[in-house]
Design a protein around this ligand. Structure first.
Ligand SMILES: *Cc1c(COP(=O)(O)O)cnc(C)c1O
Length: 351
């Protein structure tokens, strides 16, 4: 047939329907959403669904403006942050020069470049999986950084990103802060000073609302103007009224989320220490997951043994540099204890 598109889609982690599994493969939050979200769910009036959601989601935008201490005009709400990122790729990368991002980063970036016909170049991370920003080509069409990065878990100080914003004033730098609250440094305070900075955020990871599909972008007036024109060219009501109502409640509950996310960070450090006892080498993480490898036991065997024990983690056999690593989301202490028990057994049996 004429005109059909061929494209290799992004492949997300599995969402198995089985009960009683330990799901540590898509970096969802280990804890339930805020009690205020549960309350908001109960007070939502379904009759409201007769109407479209409020254009530009003012309740949510105002709560976020408060939370981040930025003008509400800088915020654009979207259907998950994937939607913010896809919009940003379409809005900011229309030049003929290649955009750049690391060879190991969020798999969606290259998929969007293919989908939207954006030329791109993947810059190799150093051997220790850090990203040397001083080595970027001179003539580029834009930069995309997940900070902290995924699947490495490694973050960059805001000061380094600021240098980049200064070095490339004529192109847009997108900073994807999906994991910032787990130990990264936010560049949102730099938006006021740099009109080439666009930051994306999500409720999926740190607000325990992956199923609700709410994200947002923060940028100055110029970039936000372009983003909103593109958003309003295909889906102005990207955040439905239920999602807006619940996400607004989440945005207002700072203390609950600080508590659970700090707990996740503490669990992460305990887990890294336990892995080290078993001989694993784990990258330092500023996220709610770790990337780890064992010098004597293959990632494939570890992955399959965990899966047989109903523990789902992620591994990337198709990506050569990390083919022998596992990416494990940080769950509750109890879940991580079970992971350690299974890993300990397989390591004792095979080494
Ligand atoms: C999970 C994730 C996202 C987007 O998640 P949404 O659920 O679409 O908000 C964006 N970037 C990175 C690096 C992620 O890991």
């Amino acid at each position: 047939m004429k005109g059909l598109r061929t494209i290799q889609p992004y492949v997300p982690g599995e969402q198995p329907k089985l009960k009683d599994i330990i799901k540590l493969n898509t970096n969802e939050n280990a804890y339930p959403p805020s009690p205020r979200v549960i309350e908001a769910w109960q007070t939502f009036d379904p009759k409201q669904l007769r109407c479209y959601s409020a254009l530009a989601n003012p309740d949510l935008v105002n709560a976020l403006a408060d939370k981040h201490q930025v003008p509400s005009q800088w915020i654009t709400t979207t259907n998950g942050s994937d939607d913010s990122l896809a919009l940003a790729f379409q809005s900011f990368f229309q030049s003929d020069d290649s955009i750049v991002f690391p060879d190991l980063t969020y798999g969606f970036y290259s998929v969007w470049c293919e989908l939207f016909h954006i030329p791109y170049q993947e810059v190799p991370l150093a051997a220790d999986f850090t990203f040397d920003l001083s080595q970027l080509p001179e003539k580029i069409g834009g930069i995309v950084l997940a900070n902290p990065n995924a699947p490495t878990g490694i973050g960059k100080p805001a000061a380094e990103i600021e240098k980049l914003l200064q070095a490339y004033p004529d192109c847009v730098v997108i900073v994807d802060e999906a994991y910032q609250v787990f130990g990264g440094e936010s560049v949102i305070p730099l938006v006021e000073k740099y009109d080439n900075l666009y930051v994306t955020r999500t409720f999926s990871k740190d607000a325990a609302l992956a199923g609700l599909r709410v994200g947002y972008g923060i940028g100055g007036e110029r970039l936000t103007g372009v983003i909103q024109a593109v958003k309003n060219s295909y889906n102005p009501y990207a955040v439905d009224s239920i999602a807006e109502h619940l996400a607004t409640a989440a945005a207002k509950d700072v203390s609950y989320y600080e508590e659970i996310n700090q707990k996740i960070c503490a669990t992460r450090e305990d887990f890294i220490a336990a892995l080290s006892q078993l001989g694993f080498i784990t990258l330092p993480s500023q996220t709610n997951f770790v990337l780890t490898t064992h010098p004597l036991v293959s990632a494939q065997l570890l992955f399959e043994t965990l899966k047989a024990a109903a523990i789902f983690v992620r591994y990337f056999p198709e990506k050569e540099r990390i083919a022998n690593y596992l990416r494990i989301t940080i769950g509750t202490d109890e879940e991580m204890d079970q992971v350690v028990t299974v890993l300990k057994k397989v390591i004792e049996e095979t080494t």
